[in-house]
Design a protein around this ligand. Structure first.
Ligand code: CUA
Length: 207
């Protein structure tokens, strides 16, 4: 019922749009435009069209979503949520072997305080706030986002070189705002061990 109404509406809008284009074309024909000028108009339109096509293809290939992609979470009950329970924070491998890092921002730190990740590897960070609005910025990467209470902020990034990277809060969140930071150790790809491997080697050394 609703779908037919929406389809009808789309049909009407498209009809109006094509009517507009036809009228526009007819009017354009009656205006004298110099041959050379017409050529340049066409070139300009072609370039604009090409850019729109490139942006569209790029968005599809890199899975770029508009900010309207929202994922909500109850910030007051993070410790009870499955995903952001304390034991589930930090670096983890998902079932496809991709690295997912879950971190909680709260006055005045990022938790866990310290994590290790491999360099030159795609990492998906999932951030949530447990109290107020925070921001997260990691210099030398594309990581810069707001962490709005009630929402999950997801960013995919990679660290180009091994080293120590600071994680800074860049939204004023209270008196301790300028002390709100933590750090990430980025380890050469071949030296990095997945958290499950570390656990396994610890168990081995206990034997
Ligand atoms: Cu958290 Cu500023």
């Amino acid at each position: 019922m609703q779908i037919t109404a929406i389809l009808q509406k789309c049909h009407d809008l498209l009809g109006q749009f094509f009517d507009f284009l036809r009228d526009f074309y007819v009017q354009m024909q009656s205006v004298h435009v110099d041959h050379l000028e017409r050529k340049w108009i066409n070139i300009t339109l072609l370039i604009i069209g090409m850019m729109v096509v490139i942006i569209t293809i790029d968005a599809f290939l890199h899975n770029i979503n508009p900010p309207s992609k929202v994922e909500t979470i109850d910030s007051a009950r993070l410790h009870l949520s499955k995903e952001f329970a304390e034991s589930n924070l930090g670096v983890q491998l998902d079932d496809k072997g991709a690295i997912v890092v879950r971190m909680v921002a709260g006055r005045y730190s990022f938790f866990p305080k310290h994590i290790s990740v491999p360099a030159e590897t795609k990492l998906t960070f999932r951030w949530v706030s447990m109290d107020v609005l925070h921001g997260v910025h990691i210099p030398m990467t594309n990581m810069s986002t707001m962490i709005v209470p009630g929402y999950v902020a997801e960013i995919t990034t990679s660290f180009p070189k091994p080293g120590e990277y600071p994680v800074l809060c860049n939204e004023y969140c209270g008196l301790g705002h300028n002390h709100m930071w933590s750090n990430i150790s980025v380890i050469a790809k071949e030296d990095w061990k997945a958290p499950s491997d570390i656990l396994a080697s610890k168990e081995l050394s206990h034997e």
